[in-house]
Design a protein. Structure first.
Length: 369
């Protein structure tokens, strides 16, 4: 029996944060960094004067005191009491002042939320096309909104548009990312158990959780020893935090070694946001895991994002335990969903960055089970 296992960062299925559509990388990174900063400072137990000044500055910078959406605001503060208990404003326009009246997290109820917009149908269509083309038996989906969204995509896009038999099993565990981008699974084989690591602490930051999303463990029945798939999406390089990404990778290595005690058949997969030569990937591969793209049967370009020309553009991984590595027959990367017209062929329905499925390729391997 041949089993195809794949990983694909879809960059969301139907709706994407408005900030992701900004025209320049610098503008996008600035907004996401400000969003992360505001989320972090608002979670503090107490707000000192410096914290209050920072909150007020970001409220004013993004007009968060105006509850109307003018179609450009990238995020807003959702206060569940229906009134400004976090801050109040005086005046109007550029002369208005913002005063933070809450003295800490317990003084108000609410959160910061990214504004989301519907993706264009062409991008959704092409995301489905990539998944339909690779036709994996087990697919790790990175950056999906939630399980019900994954189910709708499975039934309405894969089944309805592409006439593929919908996957009988879909699963998403909500992770720690406040943007609501999670790690999920589509499988043609039964998912028999789940483990989550969203609560694992950061060893270097007391009181903080380690994983930006999760290292979700999915147990899948394939006959014989179960397959354990460890799905990841490590800390991005936006607002780079290499210390945290390295700590996450090292912990993934520990989780993998524990999974080996349950079954010799373990796959570690997902978006690691780092190249193969990075300390984090060296820690993971140092456990004996084998990177699919190092297989003798793979002869394509080294990257998985953008133009895919260099090893520095490889951040997506399928890694196999020794027992599974011996069964790998074929490895391929599906890049036709990416808009990179001067580097490789794309689907005829991919006509621009706005219509591409993702700026990530889908990576898959065929195993003789």
């Amino acid at each position: 029996m041949t089993v195809r296992i794949a990983t694909f960062n879809t960059e969301n299925l139907f709706r994407r944060p408005r900030a992701f559509a900004l025209g320049s990388d610098a503008a996008r990174q600035e907004v996401l960094a400000d969003h992360a900063t505001l989320v972090g400072v608002l979670e503090r137990r107490t707000y000192d004067e410096d914290a209050k000044e920072l909150i007020a500055a970001l409220v004013k910078k993004y007009d968060l005191d105006d509850r109307r959406d003018d179609g450009t605001r990238p995020f807003f503060i959702n206060e569940t009491r229906g009134q400004h208990t976090l801050f109040r404003t005086r005046g109007s326009g550029d002369k208005r002042t913002v005063e933070v009246v809450a003295d800490g997290r317990e003084d108000w109820t609410g959160w910061v939320e990214l504004v989301r917009e519907d993706l264009g149908w062409e991008a959704v269509h092409n995301t489905g096309r990539v998944i339909a083309e690779i036709d994996a038996d087990v697919l790790l989906t990175v950056e999906v909104e939630d399980r019900l969204t994954l189910r709708r995509f499975n039934e309405q896009v894969l089944g309805g548009v592409w006439k593929k038999a919908p996957y009988p099993y879909e699963m998403v565990i909500d992770g720690n990312d406040p943007r609501g981008i999670d790690v999920g699974l589509l499988s043609r084989h039964p998912v028999t158990s789940l483990r989550t690591h969203v609560f694992d602490p950061d060893p270097d930051s007391p009181g903080e959780r380690l994983f930006s999303r999760d290292c979700a463990e999915f147990e899948i029945a394939l006959g014989g020893p179960p397959l354990w798939l460890l799905g990841n999406h490590l800390k991005s390089k936006s607002g780079d935090n290499p210390r945290l990404r390295l700590a996450q990778a090292r912990h993934v290595a520990t989780i993998y070694q524990a999974a080996l005690e349950r079954s010799p058949h373990v796959v570690v997969a997902g978006d690691f946001n780092d190249e193969p030569s990075s300390p984090g990937l060296r820690a993971v591969l140092g456990t004996g895991l084998k990177d699919a793209m190092s297989h003798g049967g793979y002869a394509g370009p080294p990257g998985t994002i953008g133009t895919c020309r260099t090893a520095e553009q490889k951040i997506d991984y399928l890694m196999f335990s020794p027992a599974l590595w011996d069964t790998v027959e074929h490895v391929e990367v599906e890049r036709r969903g990416i808009w990179a017209p001067r580097t490789f062929k794309h689907f005829d329905t991919v006509t621009s960055k706005a219509t591409q499925a993702s700026d990530h390729a889908a990576l898959y391997a065929d195993l003789d089970r």
